[in-house]
Design a protein around this ligand. Structure first.
Ligand code: GDD
Ligand code: MN
Length: 382
């Protein structure tokens, strides 16, 4: 058996005994005459006869190379780890992740592959959300269940895309149908949590291009979706893990959280100085502002820009200095926007709100560029 091939198709299986044969038939038909050297690698966690059915196919099918990783009970730790094991054992230069329950039409597999070659894309998504695609399989819009599932599906899609910039590279980051070039996984550690290995791949790998191909997500014929409430919670746990372990993931949100904490530092210090030290209110205000900017700086360097630590004391001092200047500049902007909006005859609370918004955005852009800008690695310069 050849050690390398063009494409490994990885369908994970959890109690899919009735779907194995039709799936392989459809893959065979889709790949016929395509001149793509491919294999199918099942990663199985089933407790029913699915592994026996797959074994039989491995023996009997002559036209398709079929393999299986059947995981023993103690290794059945969910879909994410199933994919990770599949990725490790895949012999293909490209890997295609596809559901084994026929909801993802196998006809799309050669299209994903050809798109990757044509576009020189390292990742190609199947998408339900552009012209030519559809999410019908989530349920009819005439039923409550269908409307509910589609709303949840779109809700989590936008949630993910608002929070994480790399998830905007495709219109369907959570559909579960995608192809990737195996080489982008080299040296990358994927997190074994949850259902959505695609988000992991988008967030943690280095890649130049992501493309997509539309498809219709079909209704499930045998059995039910295995998506449960527990998986819903796992999803948010997974997104939380991405948020906390990848420095650039959701950076603006991190920045806003730190900014929010600064409000409390400011008010706390002000209150303490006035109430307990009977300090003059103006003086106390100035100290509260200075201290809250400092706490923001510290928290931002620990949390928001944890990947861009200062290397020397000098550098820290310089950063703090620039940070203060930017903070004062944006405070002025905050006030100007506030006045401008009041002068337009709008409510002052609205003015204050827009002022804060504008100042936060400008502050974020400036500190990202001027305080925590990626350092040019001197060693790499010619
Ligand atoms: N090996 C293994 N281990 N496979 C599993 C496991 C597991 O723990 N859990 C589920 N699978 C397999 C199923 O057998 C199926 O082939 C595929 O993973 C998806 O599971 P479904 O239970 O069919 O999920 P779904 O239909 O609710 O969700 C699908 O649609 C979503 C789009 O709305 C999946 O494709 C999702 O990835 C997708 O986001
Ligand atoms: Mn399904």
């Amino acid at each position: 058996m050849n050690n390398k091939c063009d494409l490994t198709i990885v369908p994970p299986t959890f109690n899919e005994k009735d779907n194995i044969k039709p799936l392989l038939d459809m893959i065979g038909r889709a790949m016929k005459n395509k001149k793509i050297d491919y294999e199918v690698l099942f990663v199985d966690d089933s407790s029913d006869e699915t592994p026996e059915v797959i074994e039989k196919e491995i023996k009997n099918r002559k036209n398709i190379q079929v393999r299986m990783i059947h995981r023993p009970k103690k290794r059945r730790t969910g879909l994410a780890t199933a994919f990770i094991e599949g990725f490790e054992k895949a012999r293909g230069e490209y890997i295609c992740c596809i559901d084994s329950d026929l909801q993802h039409p196998p006809q799309i597999i050669p299209k994903l592959f050809e798109k990757a070659l044509g576009d020189q894309a390292e990742i190609v998504f199947g998408t339900r959300y552009v012209k030519g695609g559809s999410a019908e399989g989530l349920g009819s819009l005439k039923t409550f269940y269908g409307v509910y599932r589609r709303a949840v599906s779109l809700g989590v899609k936008y949630f993910t895309q608002i929070l994480f910039i790399p998830a905007r590279q495709t219109s369907d980051p959570l559909g579960g149908l995608f192809l990737l070039k195996k080489s982008i996984l080299k040296g990358v550690k994927l997190s074994p949590v949850g259902f959505k290995i695609s988000v992991e791949v988008l967030m943690r790998t280095k890649h130049n291009k992501v493309s997509e191909v539309p498809y219709a997500f079909l209704a499930r014929e045998n059995d039910d979706s295995k998506a449960t409430m527990k998986q819903g919670l796992e999803f948010f746990k997974h997104m939380w893990l991405i948020f906390t372990t990848i420095p650039e993931a959701g950076r603006f949100l991190k920045f806003c959280i730190v900014g929010g904490s600064g409000v409390f530092v400011n008010l706390g210090v002000l209150y303490g100085l006035v109430e307990f030290y009977e300090m003059n209110e103006n003086f106390a205000w100035a100290i509260a502002v200075i201290l809250s900017i400092f706490s923001n700086y510290l928290l931002n360097s620990l949390f928001t820009y944890s990947d861009k630590k200062s290397e020397t004391r000098n550098e820290s001092m310089r950063r703090i200095f620039i940070y203060y200047i930017i903070s004062f500049l944006t405070m002025i902007l905050n006030f100007l926007v506030y006045r401008l909006i009041i002068n337009f005859g709008l409510h002052y609370i609205f003015g204050a709100f827009v002022g804060i918004l504008a100042a936060t955005i400008l502050n974020f852009v400036l500190v990202t560029e001027l305080v925590w800008r990626l350092k040019i690695n001197v060693n790499n310069q010619k």
